[in-house]
Design a protein around this ligand. Structure first.
Ligand code: ZN
Length: 188
């Protein structure tokens, strides 16, 4: 059999992610299927010229973090076996240590952002763009205005350390961030 095409590799990662996230929902009021988020992240990366490894990692970036309560949690080793070490390494760079308290994890994201690989920086920036869009369009029902402002501000602080790799992606983050802040100011 000939080696799979890029389209086949991307779709295989998309199906893998869809299966892992089959029972997961986004936190927003619309409770969208979680896979919508990872497809959006991968689309942002693909449209901004990110390398294939980053696009595949974009599809897979939440499979380890979000399957820890599942009967068959996805491990780093499993991603290495299915998608190769390079893709699995980018996912690992984009995965928080869930054993740490939430506030510590958020502080570490700000501090560690500049140390990430170029592919992980692009992935995390696309992830933040998708999350800011979601917060702006359909925030979680129980998120007060102050909490949304805090979240957008934090995403902006993480992004400072992620920029400088892909100027078009940096510009999309800036526009998304400014749009989110403007909407929040209107609602204040
Ligand atoms: Zn994500």
């Amino acid at each position: 059999m000939s080696s799979p095409t890029q389209e086949a590799r991307v779709l295989r990662a998309a199906v893998f992610a869809a299966r892992v996230h089959a029972t997961h929902k986004r936190k927003g009021a619309a409770a969208e299927p979680y896979v919508n988020h990872v497809l959006e992240v991968a689309q942002i990366l693909a449209e901004h010229g990110a390398p294939e490894e980053a696009i595949l990692a974009g599809l897979l970036h939440d499979t380890v973090e979000d399957s820890d309560q599942d009967p068959d949690p996805i491990t780093h080793e499993r991603l290495v076996a299915e998608f190769g070490a390079a893709v699995a390494a980018i996912v690992a760079e984009a995965t928080d240590d869930k054993s740490l308290p939430k506030e510590t994890r958020k502080a570490l994201q700000v501090r560690n952002a500049p140390k990430k690989s170029d592919a992980a920086k692009m992935l995390k920036l696309a992830d933040k763009i998708s999350n800011l869009r979601a917060i702006t369009a359909a925030p979680p029902a129980n998120w007060e205005h102050a909490r949304r402002v805090e979240y957008v501000g934090w995403a902006g602080r993480v992004a400072v350390g992620l920029k400088g790799v892909n100027p078009a992606l940096d510009a999309l983050f800036e526009a998304t961030y400014r749009g989110a802040m403007a909407k929040l100011a209107e609602e204040a």
